[in-house]
Design a protein around this ligand. Structure first.
Ligand code: HEC
Length: 119
């Protein structure tokens, strides 16, 4: 029990470190590589069947992507692509994405503003 708790917290730490590295990499990008939210919107047509046209999950197991932090979205898509995060659908979808695709898609979803209110 104690041992598995240690493994879980190490996993979390590793994920944190991975996103910190991704965030640092993103900040270091030269302007010519700046993510293009409009291109991301076009590319997101392939995602809309599950994540919705405006990034609100359209099927029960697909999370909302609208308004998520850009660095988080980049980190998750790269994790699916590398196999660090695994999911039967997303691992396949992320495989062919380039760094530019990922940056554009993340910029698009991060550019959407969401409003939260009690039901
Ligand atoms: C066939 C359905 C489907 C399609 C198409 C799809 N996704 Fe997903 N996506 C999912 C599901 C289901 C999950 C939840 C994965 C999990 O449980 O770990 C997910 C998770 C994600 C996550 C992680 C979100 C989080 O909160 O951690 C991102 C980012 C993502 N998808 C982006 C995309 C992008 C970008 C595309 C298009 C290129 C796409 N998805 C296409 C079903 C889909």
């Amino acid at each position: 029990m104690e041992r598995s708790a240690t493994v879980v917290s190490l996993g979390k730490q590793a994920r944190w470190r991975a996103s910190a590295v991704a965030a640092a990499a993103l900040l270091a990008l030269p302007p010519a590589w700046a993510a293009d939210a409009q291109a991301g919107q076009r590319k997101s047509q392939a995602c809309a069947v599950c994540h919705g046209q405006m990034g609100m999950g359209a099927v029960p197991d697909a999370p909302h992507l609208a308004g998520q932090p850009q660095t988080y979205l980049v980190a998750q898509l790269k994790a699916f692509r590398s196999g660090a995060r695994q999911h039967e659908v997303m691992s396949v979808i992320a495989k062919p994405l380039s760094d530019v695709d990922i940056a554009d898609l993340a910029a698009w979803y991060a550019s959407l503003e969401i409003e939260v209110k009690p039901r």
